[in-house]
Write a protein that binds this ligand. Sequence first.
Ligand SMILES: [Zn+2]
Length: 475
Amino acid sequence: MSPQPRGTNRRTVLAAGAAATAAAGAAAAPAAAAEPAAGPAQADRPPATAQRPGRELRALLAEVDPDRIEADVRRLAAFGTRHTLSTQDDPDRGIGAARDWIHRRLRAHAAASGGRMTVDMQSYVQEPANRIPVPTRITNVLATLRGDTDPDRVYVVSGHYDSRASDVMDATSDAPGADDDASGVAVAMELARVLATRRTAATIVLAAVAGEEQGLYGAAHMAEQFRVRGTRVQGMFTNDIVGSSTADDGTRDPRTVRLFAEGVPTAETPGEANTRRSVGGENDSPARQLARFVRDVADNDATGMDVRVVYRRDRYLRGGDHIPFLERRFPAARFTEPAEDYAHQHQDVRVEDGKQYGDLPEFCDFGYIARVARVNLATVWTLAQAPGTPTGVGIVTSALTNDTELVWDRGTEPDLAGYEVVRRETTAAEWTHVEPVGDVTRHTVRASKDNLFFGVRAVNRAGHRSPVAFPLPRS
Ligand SMILES: [Zn+2]
């Protein structure tokens, strides 16, 4: 945090900025050594907007168990194949057996929730389409922890339980899919287990989805169900290929997870695009604010991880289950391991020239997956305890002035304490200043909106902060 006195005049803004940068640099001295670091790419850590984990969150994070994650990954890999087109009625092999096992495990976890966590199969028949030659039942398994005070505000963590071999249409060969993506499913399941005993203000959905390798079918169905019901999904994270910290050259980066977050929104309207071209904002999509929030709450000693935010929607030639959410205007991003080994994903299990190919559990690092689970847990737990992202946030442009007047709607959370205005230079990647402004819905900063970017976040009585909302021009 770098609280600023109220009424800062416009001449002091830049000087204060230098002080805040120096303070952040001092706090992060070991990470900011002159020698370039192998893993962490974001220089100023922690950010000015960082939220330190409290005792309750630390206790929750300590419950994440790498041994349980290992057991889940190994069990999922043992179904032989979990290809979306594989058998659905064999009790031992194929995607149907995996589906039923996930359902049973999540129900067992939910039993500890006193009825607040429910487990559902969300199912539909996909008619023939790209990579789906015959009508195929696609089933997502969802564990929903209903929020106490704001249940219609939802955060989603997912992994995909379908797998593939070298040929994406091969539904019978072994496709253990340990890293891609039993690892992500194990993250969602472990979160369900530890969250089942907790109460949150908003709702958390832990999801194992199918059809990803065939074309993101399961995630698209889930996102569409949220859309048609008018659910306020304020954050979604897919964990896809989070199983290993070892690159194909053998180097290890066990303390870094990548988070891919788009800039220009996938679903922006022509009007929104015009505004962006006029006054900027290509680095301020809801997905980017969500990614900054992850750095704020999960890049710290409690998770043991550096969150390396990557400013693109996904890797080259790849896509993931966050995309159907982005297409429906839900903020979403993708977690992935730091450097992939392509010999151990999308490959038939075989030995060639003495080299083992295939996505086998022996190439996973279960302690690493547990740390990725802690990053997800710190993120969704804080999101679900904090107020929702502010709405109706505008920057008043009715007249030419050298001030910045911000307006927003007051949230309805019973424990809402007030708001903070954040700002940064237009060339900075992360927010550099935080100004508490109290329980108001309008605030004027004595600095020019032409020279800086601003945002607004909500704070509750427990001190939890929401993600930042980026203002739209308002006349
Ligand atoms: Zn995948």
